[in-house]
Design a protein around this ligand. Sequence first.
Ligand SMILES: [Zn+2]
Length: 267
Amino acid sequence: MTNIIQMEAVVEAAVEKKAPLIVQTSVSPSKFIGRHVLVAVYRVLAQQYPIPIALHLDHCNDVEYCKQCADAGYTNIMIDASKLPFEENVRQTKEVCAYVHAFSQASVEGELGKVVGVEDHIVISEDESVLCDPAQAVEFVARTGVDLLAPAIGTAHGIYKKEPKVEVDRLARINELLNGKGPRVPLVVHGGTGLPEHLVKALIAAGGSKFNVSTELKHTLIDAAFNYMEKNRAEYEPGKVDKAVKAATKQTIGYWIDMLGCAGKAG
Ligand SMILES: [Zn+2]
């Protein structure tokens, strides 16, 4: 989410569907709104409703900011050092894990391989993309102590111009190596926006257990606000714009909750 109305909307959608929820914030909105403000709003909402809700910091490439967000009360921290050489990725991810596990209740997500597209300020072009090596994933998890792993498998951030070449078998192999004896390291699929339903279902079957959807919510916010204001140009009622954004956001999230099979899982 990029603002408080969106946060309320995704929470309300999950409450109505009785689904567990992870609210994700990228680094930019986290810094713009302020991590303490976000955590305060998150806690009020999480305490108010009878579903489990987590607060996730997405794609942070700054070790110190990862630590500050854990201190502030985020419950999942993603250190993304995936654009760096493997050994440096291991070193930074391990440092974040050691700090976060010692000083907070939060979990840590790491990324291996490069997810193409735009990850906040981290821009990766398609030819630079490197998919996650399954054997290296096992080494990465063992050496860093990450709780969740986002392996690059061909999904991308932003809007897909054509159906992406997603390597479902690669995810299945990583899952087999890491989680063969029951769930140990939940696998995260980034670039959820625009993935067709059959691919989402195949990725779930292959071990995908957390799907990140960001671009779709940004588009929903801008389109809903623009459409409302275009139709009601003479009206100066910000609350009504917010209501339109909230209704549209709830619809988008409801679609994802249903597609991911999360409805009813929180009761
Ligand atoms: Zn991502």
